[in-house]
Design a protein around this ligand. Structure first.
Ligand SMILES: C[S@@+](CC[C@H](N)C(=O)[O-])C[C@H]1O[C@@H](n2cnc3c(N)ncnc32)[C@H](O)[C@@H]1O
Length: 212
């Protein structure tokens, strides 16, 4: 994770070296580019990054952090952000779990997005699933009251796991109640995976939970 960042970026390089995470002051980091960097917006596992680009473009005064475990995807996204006019995005090459453990501060986050994280269908691989009680607990610690966690999946067994894990987190409440989840959220931009799964007719599940 901590190999030196490559520099072949056509403009400003907004990647953050994971080694800096424990000491990083996000407010200071974003203050270079934003007048009043407020609470953070996170996307964990941004993949090709189109969703994060959309979020950051829609809210250009808000501070966005994308976290992705694939070095190649982080590099591609860094090039994409550099070619854009966006200066409110930072990219971290790390696992979301590592980022949550070292890069977050208490009560500093407004929104967390986890879109179509890998379902790991084999039972012995279930511990590798991103949505887990420990990660949610850490995210709750980092969220402001009223801050939201938004999760999406197309995979039915993973959906059952996500739903049970969200319900079990006492600091969160279901914004979509009485629905456990929704299959459409108007105004939400699709991610690359969402478009693929929709084209195959797979059911999409969206959750929105807020910190109490
Ligand atoms: C199925 S893709 C979905 C990508 C994107 N969110 C979308 O909806 O199009 C899952 C992404 O999560 C990344 N990923 C997997 N495990 C991760 C982890 N523990 N932390 C951060 N990213 C992770 C993968 O590299 C991949 O880019």
């Amino acid at each position: 994770m901590s190999r030196r960042l490559k520099t072949d970026i056509p403009g400003t390089d907004y990647r953050i070296d994971a080694e800096r995470l424990p000491d990083l002051d996000w407010e200071q980091e974003f203050a270079k580019d934003l007048r009043a960097p407020g609470p953070l917006v996170l996307e964990l596992g941004f993949g090709r990054g189109e969703f994060l680009m959309h979020l950051a473009g829609e809210a250009s005064e808000r501070a966005h952090i994308g976290v992705e475990v694939s070095r190649k995807r982080v590099l591609k996204m860094a090039r994409r952000v550099a070619r854009s006019e966006l200066c409110n995005v930072r990219l971290v090459h790390a696992s979301a779990e590592h980022f949550a453990a070292t890069g977050l501060r208490a009560a500093s986050v407004e929104q967390v997005w986890i879109n179509f994280s890998d379902p790991w269908p084999k039972k012995r691989h279930h511990p590798r699933r991103l949505v887990q009680p420990a990660l949610l607990e850490r995210l709750c610690w980092a969220l402001l009251p009223g801050g939201t966690v938004e999760i999406a999946t197309d995979d039915v067994p993973y959906a059952e796991h996500i739903d049970a894990t969200l319900r079990a987190e006492a600091h969160l409440e279901n914004v979509f109640a009485p629905d456990p989840w929704r299959s459409e959220v108007p105004g939400r931009p699709p991610t690359a995976y969402e478009l693929e799964w929709r084209a195959l007719g797979r059911p999409i599940h969206f959750w929105r939970y807020a910190k109490r």
